[in-house]
Design a protein around this ligand. Structure first.
Ligand code: NAP
Length: 210
């Protein structure tokens, strides 16, 4: 996020916040995860591929008997992921709700695995159980703001890494690290685990106190 806590601009456009060192850190974290997840808002805004970028890290995964890339998961209640989204392909899981229109589900089904969780919105507890059954033990969530909120509100987050880059984005409507409706009491408490200067910013690692 930027120094003022924003993760993209007022136009929901992706902004380069991280430098090379931080991008490499994120890549290593991806490669150490069993699955990487984003909300459909991030797919629609940024069209991320969510694959490991470093050839060396991909090779290391293969040597360890894993797939080249972790599974790629999108929380997408109404199957709004575009059929040409970069995230699609082998290893992609689109989690939809029971209300997702069947034509859109059919349209995506040749390019990913579809799982149903929840009646009108993806039920994250349900989804976590499904992913656990698939062997996922370490899930890395890469945003965006609405999915981060739901996961934290549901008590499903164990660790939070925040890279704060040296820029200001501004805008009351720009997505922040955690959006949603906000807590009014019982604010989730965090334990600071590590602080590390990186590029022209700082990396913070927190654990969530359950
Ligand atoms: N700086 C960064 O590191 C970073 C990383 C990621 C994203 N971003 C930015 O964040 C913005 C996108 O964030 P966003 O908040 O708009 O979207 P998001 O969190 O990526 O996706 C939110 C969408 O996910 C779907 N969803 C399904 N189940 C959900 C659940 N249980 N709880 C919450 N959402 C659920 C909802 O759509 P349905 O109701 O249709 O399912 C919801 O609108 C973009 O501007 C992007 O550039 C920045």
């Amino acid at each position: 996020m930027s120094a003022d806590g924003k993760i993209s601009s007022i136009e929901h456009k992706q902004i380069r916040i991280s430098g090379q060192e931080d991008l490499a850190r994120v890549d290593a974290l991806r490669s150490d995860s069993d699955a990487v997840m984003v909300g459909v808002g991030t797919v629609l805004a940024d069209d991320p591929g969510l694959r490991v970028k470093s050839d060396m890290l991909q090779k290391l995964r293969l040597e360890r008997g894993k797939t080249e890339n972790p599974l790629r998961v999108v929380a997408d209640s109404m199957a709004r992921t575009p059929p040409n989204a970069k995230v699609l392909g082998p290893g992609c899981i689109i989690a939809v709700s029971q209300s997702a229109p069947s034509d859109r589900v059919m349209g995506l089904s040749s390019r990913c695995k579809l799982v149903r969780a929840g009646s009108s919105r993806v039920d994250l507890y349900n989804l976590m159980s499904i992913l656990y059954e698939m062997g996922v033990r370490r899930l890395m969530v890469e945003g965006g703001a609405a999915l981060n909120w739901s996961l934290i509100q549901s008590g499903l987050v164990d660790e939070i890494y925040v890279y704060i880059g040296g820029l200001i984005i501004g805008g009351a409507g720009s997505p922040t690290l955690v959006d949603g409706s906000g807590f009014i009491g019982d604010f989730p408490q965090l334990n600071l685990i590590a602080v590390k200067p990186l590029d022209d910013g700082v990396l913070l690692k927190w654990s969530v106190i359950h």
